[in-house]
Design a binder for this molecule. Structure first.
Ligand SMILES: NC(=O)c1ccc[n+]([C@@H]2O[C@H](COP(=O)([O-])OP(=O)(O)OC[C@H]3O[C@@H](n4cnc5c(N)ncnc54)[C@H](OP(=O)(O)O)[C@@H]3O)[C@@H](O)[C@H]2O)c1
Length: 251
């Protein structure tokens, strides 16, 4: 059996595609031949990432500024993608934020709402506006977190929003199958901007006892993202898959 991932002619939208895990997934999709839309709040950052992707792979990449916590912004992102490429095959709901707080009592309504807006409301809204316009055989991929199953006092708002993302994955898979597949990557520790504050020296020391003994490199998300977005996973939907170096395998 020969296995090659060829996404030539496909169109993928990656939210939070300007840096971190999203940037890696955008690059990997382009390397597999897909045209990509790089979306984040900052047009300049999206344009820069899109230009680098086109330069390095030759595919057409477009940057679109979109705030995924904004209901109308989500539909505008879908419209912009259809305008640029005429279709959508893969939607990767990757953009996420994890604002820090000092104590449960100090959590403000604004922090709570912002966290849910970006991590849960946005992916729901994007799926609901994109799915009816996506190509048959297409895939929606959400990026959640192991915090959703290992919540801590210090990240419970984020954890709850990501747990919601795990949950809607299963319902969206039912709603949009068999035309589309919907799966979630439940990410563990990866060394990106969002995680700089989390993975201290003390954390890295503790991480030595994890099955793979370390945090992930951002590019180590790409294999799973390509799997869920390609014909390698045609019988997989409604799944929440941990990509976490074995962290959640530990008691
Ligand atoms: N890194 C980890 O250890 C880890 C662990 C578990 C789960 N995750 C999840 O993995 C995903 C990616 O994380 P990362 O580590 O790559 O984060 P990152 O390095 O902080 O990058 C976040 C990306 O999302 C964009 N973004 C932020 N808010 C947005 C909004 N409201 N609308 C649109 N785009 C927005 C950012 O660009 P702009 O600032 O320009 O908008 C950036 O492109 C997130 O969902 C995160 O929760 C990460």
């Amino acid at each position: 059996m020969t296995v090659a991932i060829d996404l030539g002619g496909k169109v993928a939208v990656i939210t939070g595609g300007s840096r971190g895990l999203g940037r890696e997934m955008a690059q990997a999709y382009a390397a597999a031949g897909a045209h990509v839309v790089v979306a984040s709040r900052k047009q300049d950052a999206c344009d820069a990432a899109a230009a680098e992707i086109t330069e390095s792979t030759g595919v057409k990449a477009v940057g679109v500024a979109a705030h995924v916590g904004d209901w109308d912004g989500c539909s505008q992102l879908v419209d912009a993608t259809i305008d640029a490429f005429g279709k959508i095959d893969v939607l990767i709901n990757n953009a996420g934020i994890a604002p820090a707080y000092d104590s449960i009592e100090s959590v403000t309504e604004a922090l709570f709402d912002k966290t849910f807006d970006v991590n849960l409301k946005g992916p729901f809204r994007l799926a609901s506006v994109a799915a009816p316009r996506m190509e048959e055989g297409g895939a929606i991929i959400n990026v959640s977190s192991i915090a959703s199953v290992r919540p801590k006092e210090s990240d419970l708002v984020y954890a709850a929003a990501k747990a919601g993302l795990n949950t809607i994955t299963k319902a969206l898979a039912q709603a949009y199958g068999p035309r589309l597949r919907v799966n979630t990557i439940m990410a563990g520790p990866f060394l990106t901007e969002i995680s700089e504050a989390w993975y201290t020296d003390a954390w890295r020391e503790r991480a030595r006892s994890f099955p793979l003994g370390r945090a992930g490199r951002p590019d180590e998300i790409s294999g799973t993202a390509l799997y869920f977005g390609s014909d390698l996973s045609t019988f997989t939907t409604g799944t929440v898959l941990a990509v976490d170096g074995g962290r959640t395998a530990m008691s």
